[in-house]
Design a protein around this ligand. Sequence first.
Ligand SMILES: Cc1cc2nc3c(=O)[nH]c(=O)nc-3n(C[C@H](O)[C@H](O)[C@H](O)COP(=O)(O)OP(=O)(O)OC[C@H]3O[C@@H](n4cnc5c(N)ncnc54)[C@H](O)[C@@H]3O)c2cc1C
Length: 434
Amino acid sequence: MKKTPFWWEEAEPQHGERTLDRDSCNALIVGAGYTGLSAAITLAESGVTDVFVVEAQRIGEGASSRNGGQIGNAPKFDLEYAARKFGMKRAHEIMDDYSQAMPFMLERALTLTDPFDLNICGTVTGAHTRADLKKLTSIRETLPEHERPSFELLPEQEVRRVLKTSIYRGALVKHDQGSIHPAKYVRALANRARALGVRIFTGFRFLGSEAAGTGHRATLRDVDSGGTFSLRADKILLAVNGYAGPELPWLRKRTIPVQSYMIATEPRPFDEMEELIPGNRVAGDTKRILYYFRRSPDGTRMLFGGRARFRTSTEEQSARGLRRFMEHTFPSLKGVKITHSWFGNVCFAYDFVSHVGRLDDGVYYSSCCNGNGISMATYLGHRTAEMMLGVPGHDRGVVNTHFPRLYFYDGHPWFLPMVGTWYRFLDRSARWTD
Ligand SMILES: Cc1cc2nc3c(=O)[nH]c(=O)nc-3n(C[C@H](O)[C@H](O)[C@H](O)COP(=O)(O)OP(=O)(O)OC[C@H]3O[C@@H](n4cnc5c(N)ncnc54)[C@H](O)[C@@H]3O)c2cc1C
């Protein structure tokens, strides 16, 4: 079993430039995932020259080349919750940001020349309980009339039309959502950024910055040689999501990095897999500790994700747990070989909302995709770039909302095992009382 993402078989992350030959740039972006690269594209498309991206690992080696490749844009809260926190006007704008994310990503996709297996195959959300099915029903009912036809509700006896499993009480199928190959997508964004003149430096860790005239002086460390470099930048954006290290204490105190795990099975006959998930749709469910799963783009493998344990786990431990969940969902996969097991960090905010803003020292940030970030990160990168450019009307929705912090928390989520145990109990008891 390989301990690297299945996606890397076809699109392993690559290094960018390894020599920093300049001591100044106009915009410095920290993090070469979807957020950072999308921000770089918007800046460069708007005519900003000398846009530099620095990445501590290889291009896209954070969550952006490791995820499930399911695209949709469901916030983890509703309008009422957002209104309580931010007032009704902001709440509407925030919901609008979430609904803009996927159309924006599809629009950006048209400008990419590299293929990334985009497939509007539909997504399925399995209802864990009857109460969850009611919630899915009300989600559909609150949609504007013209959006409803692309959301189909299935009662329990019809779930098998879309998933050959008996574990769900019903399902919501969103026909206008789908899947991508995540590692090919981040590579395509990087190549588009480079075509626009953006320079991507990898193997450099951003250590911090201080004000210098009208801009900033950043310190970078070469992760191989340990040498440090100073780089002047007019503007800096932190696009590190679930990978904020101790050098970024302000973000660390406000973000909860959560490891999410995935496995891939050996290839199986196409027809057998087509029977399990017809039409190569992608799926998740309504549990607090959800399962998410799909077939590989060629339709022959099962890729299954979730949280097998809440303590740090090895790839072997998480593969054992995920195999159990997968066999529970699809008993016919009992005993199939697992060929890949891997994990990556997703990033949560305490209020489950994405946040874009500017620190007191003028450095910008875009953070917290709350586990659902392919389209949202692409969109947030763009929105942050608009803020950096001072585009009129940028101060709306998720931009400049209060980003809460938890006191006595420094970025090490010591409470996750307890929260995980509690959530798992709630998931189980919801089914007992269903
Ligand atoms: C296993 C898994 C499954 C997922 N499944 C889905 C899914 O199906 N659908 C979906 O929509 N979302 C999914 N997600 C979430 C999605 O992958 C993320 O929301 C998205 O990739 C975030 O992109 P990003 O650019 O903000 O962050 P990342 O891609 O994580 O990039 C941040 C980068 O910043 C770099 N960095 C951090 N600190 C520094 C520093 N000091 N100096 C230099 N570089 C630094 C890191 O090395 C990292 O590469 C999943 C995530 C995981 C891990």
